[in-house]
Design a protein around this ligand. Sequence first.
Ligand code: BG6
Length: 507
Amino acid sequence: MQSIKSTLKSQPTIFIIFGGTGDLSWRKLAPAIYNLFLENCLPEEFAIIGTGRTKLTDEDFRKTLLEGINKFSRRGKAEKEQWARFSQHIFYQISDLNKAETYQEFGARIEKHQAEWNQEPQVIYYLAVSPNFFPVIAQNIAQAGLSENPDNVRIVIEKPFGHDLESAKALNQLLGQLFEEKQIYRIDHYLGKETVQNIMAFRFANSLFEPLWNRNYIEHVQISVTEQLGVGDRGGYYEGAGALRDMVQNHILQLLCLIAMEPPTNFGADEVRNRKVDVLHAMRRFMAEEVRMNAVRGQYSRGWIEGKEVPGYREEEGVDPQSNTETFAAVKFFVDNWRWQGVPFYVRTGKRMHQTASTITIQFKDVPHFIFPPETTESWQQNRLIISIQPEMSIRMQLQAKRPGLDMVLNTVDMVFDYKGTYTFEAPEAYETLLLDTMVGDQTLFMRADQVEAAWDLLMPILHAWGAKKSLNFPNYSADSWGPEVAEALIARDGFHWVTLPLQNKK
Ligand code: BG6
């Protein structure tokens, strides 16, 4: 099915991918752009210029991207003829990011394409590099005069956006001096996921839920994003980050915003982002002494996953054997406004957990009065709405119903909307959506400067507390578990437990 966005076909486009030879480019960007090409979403005239420190020919670079596509594209291996058509748009330029000549060369390439196409192209600079290069690249682009037309130049910044509030502010300030906000696309790839985009559709395209969507009917909310994978070869990066920075500051808080936001008056990028940032502003900032009761951390030790022994975090490559970095975090948040006053939002995330699953559970309050005799309600459970983001893509409503039989016995049943059973076509990958949005200039699914800062601001008391005090019991959960005991206690204290769905295909 032809997407409406693709019919907005952008003008000739040049992608300049910094970190072109890196992992993200190989795994995600190349398959995504290629799939957009197959979907007929790219303009007739386009060029992809990868850049990196390694010396490569265009042919070498094309070969690397093809390997990535063959390995990671949701469509499987590229077909020869289509690849041949696509690959002639791919080029490579070796670069030293600190040198002005690098950017002059980009300028020359852009001019060459412009002359060939007889039209000014839009240029998308994609910064898939380590964050310490963000400032130098942005400055050099501007100094080389490559960002003069704000309507035709966009800059995409991968995460992490800052290391804390101060560094995020400094980066925003710098980018703000060089580019207009409408040119800056801060990526949070969770926002491009099909099931995440559907949260707004679910909430605001149905009249059924809004009357219940508040403190009068909802008892608590859980957001759980667990991964079976460890840090792998990203130990160097992860050591300086940890679960709170890596997952909570961005992905999880964005999910929370989608659940807690007020209805926007329209679907405009700024209106939607205004309503989301309102949530971050309303969230309760912890005093230093409150952190301990509301936020807990963990680190994995060695263990067995699917019959294979896996190392503990402190044994991973690039990790300090005494590391204090958390690979698990759970926090109990509150949104202090009329809609949500008193409703806890429990969030958790961890690596090397028992299951890879991202779910949001809305637990409704119990019925006000039980009319059934106790023996009929042995497996009584309050209503729950479970939005499963991945790997299962579904929304399920858990209800009480009478079990068929001569006696009145109640049990829990699921009403399920399951993507697999409902649609015969595959959902696009997050990066396909986000790259297309970058081309057509839609910032709805991108982070605005104030959102990033509000999220950091919220987490700073926890980061300070954890940074100031080493955890004495790390490692405190073993690989293939559900995380540390303290995380169970965090939620059990309030009389709840973490909800998990039956095991799906593992990752
Ligand atoms: C990234 C984190 O942003 O998200 C990784 O840096 C994490 O640590 C990844 O593994 C999870 O993304 P997904 O799409 O696999 O859930």
